[in-house]
Ligand binder design. Structure first.
Ligand code: 5AD
Ligand code: SF4
Length: 442
């Protein structure tokens, strides 16, 4: 559950447990071990974790040997309180201790011991996490996440991440390059470099800069595409803007969370940039890369956000014309500074603002998608499209992939071309939908 870093961590857990004889199943009722990798970024995500964990009581009753483990940010935050609340859980482990998972699972298996808890908060990233866990060749993928750093030192006032993921630590470039080489030799064509604030990569430990890392990754033979997430506007620097021009594998998309268009709110959020700084960076980027797609994150209803603050956010959205955005209603997080602020908005007010903002953005997204019609774009083919069952047993197959600008593109091609997954195909866009594009191979 949760962000891309959670997905990466879940894959690491899967790979580290393979030697114990575990295999993946998509049926909960067949599982002997269920690991819930939780997210606590917003209250809704945390509640989702509890509700899912609650449902697992049923499976535990049916199968007494079933092991239930809880990792991720809720585990790190709640520690042993989670076991008190969820007695059917066998293990709670922290965000920095994935490498010890096999040992704990073995213990529980062998001693049939329940109620272990380990929640360590350490800046020491274990060797396995620094080097990555050996790739499982049976798990074929075209696109993979690669964590380049963990933790965050920014302490945005609404955010729980620095408290549950610890302070910022970057991985050595050589480990990152080696991990990507391994992925590429197993068929991966696209990597997304992950960190809470990739633009400050390497600074604290005196490693290379993020733009230098991008140049190194760009040289890896067999890799077609590079993406990264997430950037912080205060650290998004000119050398990264140049990197979009200098590295042909770097995709034409930037996700730059702005959070609010009001300087008053940005200052309350401790974001350390102004609306003007943000707009200037986007303007410079677009001067260098006119076709680049930009997306963002917005929080609506931060404590004390007035109607005029909110209007400034709407105004910023119209000025930038984002290709897409993620918008969230503000929620209090334990330990985060903003929880103690006055002038909280009601759920209804937050909901109304969210709706208004999403309505505006949906028009902008459609406009951006329509701009693509008539263009020929290169698609990295990820697989058959979900709609494909309609065409099952026909000679024509509907495929899906993404453009460099991260737009989902569906297109049809003869089923004789069953090996096009992982290939780059030129597609002429013919139709724009709300969330995807449709085209024909040229
Ligand atoms: N309330 C609402 N949204 C939040 N985010 C982070 N913390 C909160 C919170 N307390 C959003 C931000 C961030 C995204 C990952 O989640 O927009 O960029
Ligand atoms: Fe949270 Fe701010 Fe760090 Fe992002 S940069 S993880 S919003 S504290």
């Amino acid at each position: 559950m949760g962000c891309q870093m959670n997905v990466y961590d879940s894959e690491q857990m899967f790979r580290i447990l393979l030697p114990l004889g575990y295999q993946e199943t998509s049926h909960l009722s067949k599982a002997d071990l269920i690991i819930v990798n939780t997210c606590s970024i917003r209250d809704k995500a945390e509640q989702k974790a509890y509700s899912f964990l609650g449902r697992l009581v049923h499976y535990k009753r049916k199968k007494s040997g079933l092991i239930i483990a809880v990792g991720g940010c809720v585990a790190q935050q709640k520690k042993h309180h989670l076991l008190e609340r969820m007695p059917h859980v066998d293990l709670v482990f922290g965000t920095h201790t994935l490498h010890r998972l096999p040992e704990w699972i073995r213990n529980i298996e062998q001693k049939n011991r329940s109620h272990g808890v380990d929640v360590e908060m350490s800046d020491q990233i274990h060797e396995i996490q620094r080097c990555g866990i050996p790739f499982d060749p049976t798990h074929q993928k075209i696109s993979a996440y690669v964590t380049i750093m963990r933790g965050c030192d920014n302490y945005c006032s609404y955010c729980i991440v620095p408290y549950v993921r610890g302070s910022e630590v970057s991985r050595e470039p050589s480990y990152i390059i080696e991990e990507i080489r391994q992925l590429v030799s197993n068929g991966v064509r696209e990597v997304t470099l992950l960190g809470q604030n990739v633009n400050s990569y390497g600074k604290k430990q005196g490693l290379c800069s993020f733009s230098e890392l991008l140049a190194l990754v760009n040289q890896i033979d067999g890799l077609c595409r590079i993406r990264f997430a997430t950037s912080h506007p205060k650290d998004f620097s000119d050398d990264v803007i140049q990197a979009f021009r200098n590295n042909e594998k770097l995709c034409s998309h930037l996700h730059l969370p702005v959070q609010s268009g009001s300087n008053h709110v940005l200052s309350m959020m401790n974001r350390k940039y102004t609306r003007e700084d943000y707009l200037k960076k986007i303007e410079t980027l677009k001067q260098y890369c006119p076709d680049i797609a930009c997306t963002t994150d917005i929080i609506v209803g931060f404590p004390g956000e007035t109607v005029s603050d909110f209007k400034e956010t709407l105004d910023l959205i119209q000025t930038v014309q984002f290709d897409g955005l993620f918008a969230f209603m503000y929620s209090d997080r334990p330990l985060a500074k903003s929880s103690s602020l006055n002038h909280k908005l009601s759920e209804e007010e937050k909901n109304d603002r969210l709706k208004e903002l999403l309505e505006i953005q949906s028009h902008n997204t459609i406009k951006k998608n329509l701009d693509e019609v008539g263009k020929t774009v290169e698609i990295l083919v990820e697989g058959k499209s979900k709609k494909n069952h309609i065409r099952e047993n026909c000679e024509i197959v509907e495929w899906t992939g993404r453009s460099s600008s991260n737009k989902i593109v569906n297109f049809v091609k003869s089923s004789a071309d069953h090996n096009i997954i992982g290939q780059q195909v030129n597609v002429m866009i013919q139709k724009a939908c709300a969330h995807s594009l449709w085209g024909e191979v040229v």
